[in-house]
Design a protein around this ligand. Structure first.
Ligand code: GDD
Ligand code: MG
Length: 403
């Protein structure tokens, strides 16, 4: 891969947000593993180096009622070295969609010998594992893991940690292009190669997200949600640096990857607010703005790397109501942060009103925030999961044996 080096970064305390990086070649040829060749502006990363990082990466695919063909396409795009964890929250009645997913993924694995673990978010044993680990906040009134993409991602992150790898990457199950999925994961690897350390986050901004406008393809760059989310996060950063910036391009990047050390040391926002809350949390905790908290160690540098992918992003359209929820959730993470100045609060209210997303009472509901994952007793969780896998081998396949 040939990738541009970041031209700029914003630094707040221990947080470094790098400007978006372009890809010049998806495959820039072989070479001995290492950190690539330097020419000041771009870096060539040998295929072997990218593979070496991928061997340390688990890929988590959150699924809720996606078409089986789409899920299979995503699995096709995930490079061979990465074990996969599919976390499904698909309904089990009246049709057991989870059974169909397991069946179809099992069939795929027979052809590829790919290690894919498939778990269900509502599995009582997984809920018991969180309860045993002292992380009951993720459980709903029914005692099971709550609905939501973030909730599935938290589960996937913990399972990835148990697999003993160094990195976790996320790809949505509704990606239409296997080639795009393949690119995202190679870019995660590139980010980890370029940024040494255990506190790195890689986020993808799409080069384009095509839509059909007047019977022709229009290669839009920003969606309604991402445009507003990035603007508000940039205003937050600008407020503290005193310089207007547009550095943040990946406010709600569903496609992102983290070092597991970082992923296991963060609190999470529910549902689709999970990605913008990464920025909000890291600035709160390590931005050097609020008085240092219990977890905030200012000496560890947190690097947020943003890469612009080349493949267009095609995914399943899920309607305007869904986007409204996403905008509201994203902006609420900033609005309710102790970092948010009054002027930005007013701007957020005005934005939501303009978009027709402000609730009638004019109040922006806070989003649920789960505690720092560092609070989870991993050994207690592991014990419960081992029982689950021994008792119900059909619930998980492939890499499950590695647990
Ligand atoms: N396990 C699990 N549990 N997965 C879920 C759940 C859930 O409750 N809800 C949704 N998913 C899965 C979907 O099946 C899909 O694979 C992925 O999570 C993303 O959900 P979508 O409903 O497709 O979200 P989106 O496409 O509108 O938004 C995506 O892109 C945004 C950036 O534009 C998401 O990744 C957002 O988080 C992201 O901000
Ligand atoms: Mg989607």
């Amino acid at each position: 891969m040939r990738i541009e080096l970041p031209r700029e970064f914003e630094r707040l305390g221990a947080v470094r947000i790098y400007g978006s990086q372009k890809i010049y070649e998806l495959d820039a040829g072989p070479g001995s593993p290492g950190c690539g060749e330097e020419d000041g502006v771009v870096r060539r990363l040998a295929a072997e180096s990218l593979y070496a990082v991928q061997r340390e990466m688990v890929v988590v695919v959150p699924v809720r009622s996606e078409r089986l063909k789409l899920i299979e396409g995503v699995l096709v795009g995930i490079p061979q070295p990465c074990p996969v964890i599919v976390v499904s929250n698909s309904p089990r009645a009246p049709i057991d969609r989870f059974y169909l997913e397991q069946d179809s993924i099992g069939n795929f694995c027979q052809f590829t010998r790919k290690p894919v673990m498939v778990v269900h978010q509502k599995d009582p044993q997984l809920a018991a594992a969180f309860a045993a680990g002292g992380y009951g906040e993720i459980l709903g009134e029914d005692g099971l893991i709550r609905d939501g993409k973030a909730e599935g991602m938290i589960l996937g992150t913990v399972l990835a940690r148990l697999l003993g790898r160094r990195y976790v990457g996320f790809v949505d199950a509704d990606n239409y292009l296997p080639g795009a999925v393949n690119e995202y994961i190679r870019e995660y690897a590139a980010a980890f190669l370029l940024n040494e350390g255990d506190h790195v986050c890689a986020r993808i901004s799409w080069h384009s997200k095509p839509k059909v406008v007047e019977q022709a393809l229009y290669f839009a760059k920003w969606g309604r949600s991402s445009r507003q989310c990035n603007r508000v996060l940039n205003m937050l950063v600008s407020h503290f640096t005193g310089f207007e910036t547009d550095i943040i391009r990946t406010g709600n990047a569903g496609e992102h990857a983290l070092t597991l050390d970082l992923a296991m040391s963060m609190p999470y926002a529910t549902g689709y607010a999970v990605e913008p809350f990464h920025f909000v949390h890291l600035l709160e905790e390590y931005g050097g703005i609020l008085p240092q908290t219990a977890h905030g160690d200012m000496r560890r540098l947190i690097k947020i790397c943003q890469i612009e992918s080349r493949n267009p992003h095609f995914h399943a359209a899920k309607g305007d109501g869904h986007v409204d929820d996403m905008v509201r959730g994203s902006l609420a993470t900033v609005y309710h942060s102790p970092l948010c100045p009054d002027s930005l609060k007013e701007e957020i209210v005005a934005t939501l009103r303009h978009l027709g997303c402000l609730p009638e009472d004019g109040l922006i509901p806070p989003v649920r925030i789960y505690p720092n994952l560092a609070q989870l007793d991993l050994e207690a969780f592991r014990t419960q999961v081992r029982e689950l896998l021994e008792r119900r081998p059909g619930a998980a396949r492939g890499a499950a044996a590695g647990l």
